[in-house]
Design a protein around this ligand. Sequence first.
Ligand SMILES: Cc1cc2nc3c(=O)[nH]c(=O)nc-3n(C[C@H](O)[C@H](O)[C@H](O)COP(=O)(O)OP(=O)(O)OC[C@H]3O[C@@H](n4cnc5c(N)ncnc54)[C@H](O)[C@@H]3O)c2cc1C
Length: 399
Amino acid sequence: MRHHVVILGGSYGGIAAMRHLGKYPELKITLIDQHPYHFLQTEGYELISSNTSFDETIVSLPALCANYGNVTFKHRTVKSINPQKKVILLPDGICTYDTLIIALGSVTKRFDCDTTVYHYSSGAKSLRGALRLNQFFQDELYKRLESAKQAKENFNIIIGGAGLSGVEIAAGMQYFFNRYYKSNTLSCAALHIHLIASRETILNGMHPHIIKIASNRLEKLRVKVHTQSRIASIDNHEVILTDGSTIPFDFMIFAGGTMTAPCLETFNAEKNEKGQIIVDDFLKSNTYADIYVIGDAAALSSKKGKALPPTAQTAIQSGEIAAKNIIRSLHDKTLKKANIRMKGIAIALGGKYAAIDLGFIHFHGYSAYLVKKVTERLYKWPLWWLASKGYTKINSCEI
Ligand SMILES: Cc1cc2nc3c(=O)[nH]c(=O)nc-3n(C[C@H](O)[C@H](O)[C@H](O)COP(=O)(O)OP(=O)(O)OC[C@H]3O[C@@H](n4cnc5c(N)ncnc54)[C@H](O)[C@@H]3O)c2cc1C
């Protein structure tokens, strides 16, 4: 019987693992995801600020998997994992495995608040969330276009969290408003984006030069940045900060943190304080030898033991390493230690403007924007090409 590898999660990490394992016909591979598409979160800011359509930010998983004779895609939501029995519980049954790769990523962490706030708030990690945000803003702009009287005089959007995603969304949205304001004389001057940073600066932990570039850009765009401000609670359309001050809001975007996928809550393994599963040097769960954990779901660290931030690039690298180690263990070879590196950070800052930190060099402006776009396309285009080939295969089989 062929060795059965099950991959949970078809995003950056899961796809990287699947593409490598798919080259080995002696393996049987099942990729399971709750969505039939891979959402390119790294391009989510473009979707939110209406610079792209949603089909530009997805890759079809059934079409992608159809390229590999040994890969089956299952469009299912994982309920739980039973590592003792080597079983995945799905809504309509079970799926057994010989080796498991957990690539379930992370979900937006919402502040503790009344569930009514959910009607006028969203995260940006899912396609649904990004579309909701975009539609909400488009509606508000439409109201202003139709009649300034219909629109609220002051319209506040609060972005809770000033890390990479919070900054990209704030800059993208504000640029979008400013553009409308200039070209359509809509009353967008009264639309305010408040970016709440709990630390002294935005982009905490990043290079001071990058922080300066991003801060200057946000100021130029007129984003209202509140540093050293922690959200204590959220009440009906009002954020209360720990210093007692309040900011009224119409829409709230949660960008302040993530937590692991809910189905992993009951997964009994060693985890860190963020709920990420602790892995060994080979990316295996510390608790179960036949389970690899990759991407945002894992507590990844560099070769020197420094914790790595959850990014698409670390997810991709970890997916490739886990896949290679599975092949090595099946061929009785010694496993290779993971050597995951941050190759650089690119931050979109509204319009055709970005900032790039490659460690040894920082640059910003249009050139950085071009580099960011090329990087995004170098990831997306090969997947699209594979998906279009797979789609042809699926269709020719159906005929
Ligand atoms: C707005 C934004 C901008 C970003 N920009 C960048 C950037 O510029 N550069 C960068 O490197 N990183 C960026 N990131 C971070 C990056 O997107 C994540 O680190 C990356 O997506 C992690 O990949 P992953 O494969 O581990 O998990 P995810 O991308 O989170 O994917 C997890 C997969 O598991 C599936 N899944 C979850 N639960 C279940 C379940 N119960 N059943 C079945 N399937 C399930 C999901 O549908 C999803 O397909 C950004 C993130 C955001 C939100």
